[in-house]
Design a protein around this ligand. Structure first.
Ligand code: A2P
Length: 296
């Protein structure tokens, strides 16, 4: 099956669904990526800060798939922001991934307390794009205000803005700003893992347990996770569910044989709480967050 794709604002195609590897340990990552490629995934989203780019690259190489059949996305961490630093961050990431060219390279987040360096980092991405070292560039966790600040000076509109996005936090304002600018919204935690991951605060409700989603899922003979992924894809968002479990990796990919009705999409839209579960992208950076990314 050829995987449905979205066309980015520079004409590059990105599969609508990819494997996320946030919090996948290096040991788990190789097996998860191998299994995902085996069942048909053709897009993996990693990040320098996840510490598993090397394993992602190894699994892709071991799959034997032609390089141009797998879409590789990774992120530059703020400790590598700055023009020269970000160019070097590309070298580190490409070497760890074992590739010459990265399909999509994005800034992990706007570093609000050092926005000048964020801009310099983005300028480096523009150069990498012009030099053909990356096929597309983008951002992550950018608020509409941060996008405006960036676009005041940038010459390339980001292709993607990857943000926390699941039924309990749909970020309609970010989606609107992205679509006004021609930016593809990419959902991290698309099945709401962030609503139950340990270490992100207590007293949270897991969106995977939501009764409305359970009802809609049951009506289609699908799981809540599959229903949320379908909701995202049908509304034009790129989704990158994380799993290291082979059954769930396959389950999350099995979303191309059903369609949610407009009324069902609306019911899921209505679950938005407006409250994020993950970190606030507007918060000021702490020194602790600026841990160095190792050389390749
Ligand atoms: P695991 O890796 O053990 O499968 P998100 O990408 O929205 O952050 O969600 C990731 C979290 O959801 C992880 O804890 C992952 O655990 C779990 N998960 C992934 N796929 C499914 C699924 N189909 N059903 C239930 N939980 C899932």
């Amino acid at each position: 099956m050829s995987l449905p794709a979205f066309t980015l604002n520079n004409g590059v195609e990105i599969p609508v669904l990819g494997l996320g590897v946030f919090q996948s340990s290096p040991e788990e990552t190789t097996a998860a990526v191998a299994e995902a490629l085996r069942v048909g995934y053709r897009h993996v989203d990693t990040a320098a800060a996840y510490g598993n780019e090397r394993e992602v690259g190894q699994a892709i190489a071991a799959s034997g798939l032609p390089r141009d059949e797998v879409f590789i996305e990774t992120k530059v961490w703020p400790s590598d922001y700055g023009y020269d630093e970000t160019q070097h961050a590309f070298d580190k990431a490409a070497a760890k991934l074992g590739v010459e060219q990265i399909d999509l390279l994005i800034l992990h987040q706007a570093a609000v307390s050092m926005f000048d360096r964020t801009i310099d980092a983005y300028r480096a991405l523009e150069t990498l794009l012009r030099d053909g070292k990356v096929r597309a560039i983008g951002v992550s966790n950018f608020t509409p205000a941060a996008l405006t600040r960036l676009l005041d000076v940038a010459s390339v509109v980001p292709a993607v803005n990857q943000v926390e996005l699941h039924p309990y936090h749909a970020q309609k304002d970010v989606q609107q700003a992205d679509s006004d600018l021609g930016i593809l919204t990419q959902a991290w935690s698309p099945i709401g893992g962030i609503t139950f991951y340990p270490g992100f605060g207590d007293e949270r409700r897991s969106v995977l347990q939501d009764p409305a989603i359970a009802e809609i899922a049951a009506a289609h003979g699908k799981s809540p996770a599959q229903t949320m992924l379908r909701w995202g894809i049908q509304q034009g968002r790129s989704v990158i569910p994380k799993s290291t479990n082979p059954e769930r990796i396959a389950e999350n990919f099995d979303v191309f044989d059903f369609e949610l009705a407009a009324e069902e999409l609306g019911r899921i839209d209505a679950l938005d709480t407006g409250v994020r579960s993950g970190p606030d992208p507007d918060r000021v950076f702490t020194e602790q967050m600026l841990f160095p990314i190792p050389e390749a």
